[in-house]
Every structure is written in structure tokens, then in C-alpha cells.
Unconditional design. Structure first.
Length: 220
């Protein structure tokens, strides 16, 4: 468990690592909330390398919420063809229509309202709000669960541990850069704190990690 006095240091260390090793993805070079939302929907259940060409092609054809809302569902599904899990596309289409009709074409900027849209679950809502609008809310995916569990030695299966992990991440999150913090946690889990054979020796936050200190990383 990270002591209170070390929480700011933890945030600073993981953000410094993130900025130094920032993995280049097209959605990280686009500050448009719509584009950020689209990327999170596409990345749900699909590998990053697969998503990139679809993401670029989609934005070239459908650059904003209005263009999606005004498109026939057949066009939406055709653009999605090859990504699978087509309900994601249907929900995205419906959600864009709702935004045009009920929110004057503007994406909701608060977590609770955005979460009411079709296909917007807790993770997507938190990720988009933190990255697009700097809302200091943790985005909890499999990477965040694994990283948090190892750092704090949370030996409780998810989702039973969700409230503990959420509380931990909320106490660590950098309130000025919540989107970067969430993406740093994701990158750490994907590149270093992997499910098997994690690269603990090069981890930028190993000094804060209870399971590393106790040599129990493989338990989590």
C-alpha cells in the first residue's frame, strides 16, 4: 500500500515514465472528445494494432458526431466491418443521435450524463471523461486492476475488489492530468506489469509496489 506522503511521488514517477515512453497512437494526437470516445469504443475487445487503420478510415469518412448521426445504419456497419462485436457500432450510432437530439450536438462533459448513453459503460465513461475533459476519475480496465492489485497486494478477485481498487486509484490520480495518469496505468500494465513474466526490474514504480518488495508479484 502506498503511504499518503508518497502518493504524489507515485503519480509524478509514473507520469514521468509515461511522458518519456509515450506510445504513439493516432488517438493520443487528437484532443477532439468525439475522436477519443470513438477510440475507446473501438479498443473495447479489439487489439490496438487492428484498431488503428479502422480508426483513421472512420474519422476520414465520419469526422464528427453529426456525420455519424446522419448516416444510415448500413453505412455505419459497413465502416465497422472487420472489427466484430457490431453492437458497439449500433450503440455508438444511437448515442450520437441522442447527443444531437438531446444535447445540441455536444458531448456531455459530466460522468453521470455521459454514462446514460448506449454502450457507455463505467470504463469508457471514465476514460473519455478523464482524457477529454480532465475529470479526475479512475478508468478501471484489466491493466488497472492488475497494477493496483500488485502495488497494494489486493488479494481479492475482481470485481469483488472493485471498490478497493477504485479507492486506491482515486487517491493516487493526478488531478491536473487525470487522463495522462489513466493512460500511464494502462501502458504500464500492457508493457511492464504484464499478466505473466512482468518486467519488474525496469518498472518505474517498483519502490511503491508491495508485491515486488515481498516477491509475491506472481500471486496477482
Amino acid at each position: 500500500m502506498i503511504k499518503a506522503k508518497n502518493k504524489n511521488d507515485f503519480s509524478s514517477d509514473i507520469l514521468n515514465w509515461y511522458y518519456k515512453n509515450n506510445y504513439e497512437f493516432p488517438w493520443r494526437n487528437n484532443s477532439d472528445p468525439y475522436a477519443i470516445w470513438l477510440s475507446e469504443v473501438m479498443l473495447q475487445q479489439t487489439q490496438t494494432a487492428t484498431v488503428i487503420p479502422f480508426y483513421n478510415r472512420w474519422l476520414a469518412r465520419l469526422p464528427d458526431i453529426q456525420s455519424v448521426a446522419e448516416s444510415h445504419i448500413d453505412i455505419i456497419l459497413k465502416m465497422w466491418e472487420g472489427l466484430g462485436y457490431y453492437n458497439r457500432a449500433r450503440n455508438f450510432h444511437t448515442a450520437c443521435k441522442i447527443i444531437i437530439k438531446k444535447h445540441n450536438g455536444k458531448m456531455p462533459r459530466d460522468l453521470s450524463t455521459f454514462s446514460t448513453l448506449p454502450g457507455v459503460g463505467p470504463y469508457i465513461a471514465s476514460a473519455v471523461m478523464s482524457i477529454a475533459f480532465n475529470v479526475p476519475v479512475p478508468a478501471i480496465d484489466g491493466n488497472a486492476v492488475r497494477v493496483s492489485s500488485r502495488i497494494s497486494s489486493i488479494n481479492i478477485p475482481f470485481p469483488k475488489s472493485k471498490h478497493i481498487i477504485n479507492s486506491s486509484l482515486k487517491s493516487w490520480i493526478d488531478v491536473e492530468h487525470p487522463g495522462d495518469f489513466n493512460q500511464a496505468i494502462m501502458d504500464l500494465g500492457r508493457e511492464i506489469c504484464t499478466p505473466t513474466h512482468p518486467s519488474c526490474q525496469v518498472c518505474p514504480v517498483q519502490n511503491y509496489c508491495s508485491s515486488f518488495v515481498d516477491n509475491t508479484v506472481d500471486k496477482y
